[in-house]
Design a binder for this molecule. Structure first.
Ligand code: AHR
Length: 504
């Protein structure tokens, strides 16, 4: 066993309020995310609208709060008008981002209805690749204006009397990347994003807008892109986006588990850049962060490179996640919570079938991938206030991230029920890790409600249709609390949630 990790937290030392929208996800018109994923007419598990009820139930269990739609790379070539009105009149088009056929049988009206049924907020991206302010303002009018105008009356005629009330909007997607349809320089994007933002807010001043940051922090234009885009858009947007995906194609577990440290650095760099522009333009306004694409993505690369083009809803980006991927996802969630003061929205990309926590068989059943569990735990218990925890843990030397702590951890305090929850990953591959946590500033004594653990002797273990319960959470009994001092043992290579509540 390792030396203990020693930690201190004080309930008054707050990082910030946790915005529930950090537990968001993403549905793109890509692969089987929409068709066969959330929309599968003819499946006995689907409702009268063709929405899979089994998937809606899993999404509720996962605790997703917001869903970004319709892309992703897809949105940069999308005509939203193709997806409204009678389904037999909707065009099938060549979809250039993913080289497939798009039938448009699912569009904005179906998505808005599906969001209501799934109890999630919509986050809508507009096309700033091939299109611009005109189509974007029309879409806001279609979705949010009550009636009496061309586009709002068309929505009513299409069956939605009440406005969809979409309040969160993304100004395009990954516009810094040359893979994007209509890729732009920071100047070109900054200008069109500014003009689009203006007219969207003139249609509905209550909406919130996200400008595109870099596609990831390895982009050659990272940071200068953010600075230039914000110089054009600062007064018109509330959020700047971040995207990042992680992989382990080198099959180096220690390095893989350290990668969320790079995500932490990325977030710090974006905060610094937002605040640089704030200082430069002498603004009192703070820009918040929307980490609206994050996940592990690499298992499906090879299969996708061999896919024949122009199919309808092929098996694309269908990563099958392992135990080690679940640990990385756990660390990513911890990282987001550690930045609760600035990261106010985040989307696990994606939600169903496409690099997703939920898998389905088109026409058949559904199951939970390994990464489902850390997300579900964070969304259920990571509520209220994120707390600053001092951590003194044994470390290991990584190739790219310096000395990395074996213990990755954050605490949250929910003032509504006085629960204190500790989220922790033990990165040690050979040993369990004892922790000793001193809790200060609470007016009542605490008891251990439960210590949830996700681990497995096989780091490559997966869940599948045949074996859906290979990697599932269990409970541990090592956690004890006395005199505000918590002790527990975190098994090697494990995700942990230690739930504490007031003694009754
Ligand atoms: O989520 C898959 C893709 O990753 C998205 O379409 C794009 O925005 C990102 O590059």
């Amino acid at each position: 066993m390792n030396n203990a990790a020693k930690c201190i937290l004080d309930v008054d030392y707050k990082i910030g309020n946790i915005d529930p929208r950090i537990y968001g996800s993403f549905i793109e018109h890509l692969g089987r995310a929409v068709y066969g994923g959330i929309y599968d007419p003819g499946n006995p598990l689907s409702d009268e609208n063709g929405f899979r009820q089994d998937v809606i139930d899993l999404i509720k269990e996962l605790g997703v709060t917001v869903v970004r739609y319709p892309g992703g790379n897809f949105v940069s070539g999308y005509n939203w008008e193709d997806g409204i009105g009678p389904k037999d009149k909707r065009p099938t088009r060549l979809e250039l981002a993913w080289r497939v056929l798009e039938t448009n049988q699912f569009g904005i009206d179906e998505f808005a209805l599906w969001c209501r049924k799934s109890n999630v907020l919509p986050m809508i991206a507009v096309n700033l690749g091939t299109r611009g302010p005109d189509e974007a303002r029309n879409l806001v009018e279609y979705c949010n204006h009550p009636g009496g105008t061309y586009w709002s009356d068309l929505r009513i005629a299409n069956g939605s009397k009440e406005p969809h009330n979409c309040k969160i909007w993304c100004l395009g997607n990954e516009m810094d990347g040359d893979w994007q349809i209509g890729h732009k320089t920071a100047y070109e994007y900054g200008r069109i994003a500014c003009e689009t933002a203006k007219v969207m807010k003139w249609v509905d001043p209550t909406i919130e807008l996200v400008a595109c940051g870099s596609s990831h922090n390895g982009m050659p234009t990272f940071a200068s892109w953010e600075a230039e885009v914000l110089e054009h858009t600062y007064n018109h947007v509330e959020y700047l986006s971040l995207h990042q995906y992680f992989g382990n194609s080198e099959d180096d577990l220690a390095e893989y588990l350290a990668k969320p440290v790079g995500m932490d650095n990325f977030i710090k760099g974006v905060i610094a850049t937002c605040d640089y522009v704030k200082a430069k333009i002498r603004s009192n306004k703070t820009i918040y962060l929307s980490f609206d694409e994050w996940n592990v993505w690499f298992h499906s690369w090879e299969a996708d490179s061999k896919l024949a083009p122009w199919q309808i809803a092929p098996n694309q980006l269908e990563d099958i996640y392992t135990m080690e991927d679940a640990l990385v996802v756990g660390s990513i969630l911890i990282t987001l919570l550690k930045h609760a003061d600035r990261v106010k929205m985040a989307c696990l990309a994606q939600l169903v079938n496409v690099i997703a926590p939920i898998m389905t068989e088109t026409g058949g059943s559904s199951w939970r991938q390994t990464i489902f569990y850390p997300f579900m735990h964070a969304a259920s218990y990571g509520k209220g206030i994120a707390l600053n925890m001092l951590v003194d843990s044994p470390t290991y030397e990584s190739k790219n991230f310096g000395d990395v702590s074996y213990l990755d951890s954050v605490a949250t305090y929910n003032p509504e029920n006085d629960e204190l929850n500790i989220f922790a990953v033990n990165r040690n591959a050979t040993d369990s890790l004892p922790i000793e946590l001193e809790i200060r500033g609470l007016k009542h004594n605490l008891r251990v409600v439960e210590h949830i653990v996700l681990d497995n002797p096989d780091m490559k273990a997966i869940n599948s249709k045949q074996q859906p319960n290979c990697v599932v959470p269990r409970t541990e009994s090592t956690a004890k609390i006395s005199d505000s001092k918590l002790t527990a043992v975190l098994p090697k290579l494990s995700w942990n949630v230690i739930r504490l509540a007031p003694v009754k």
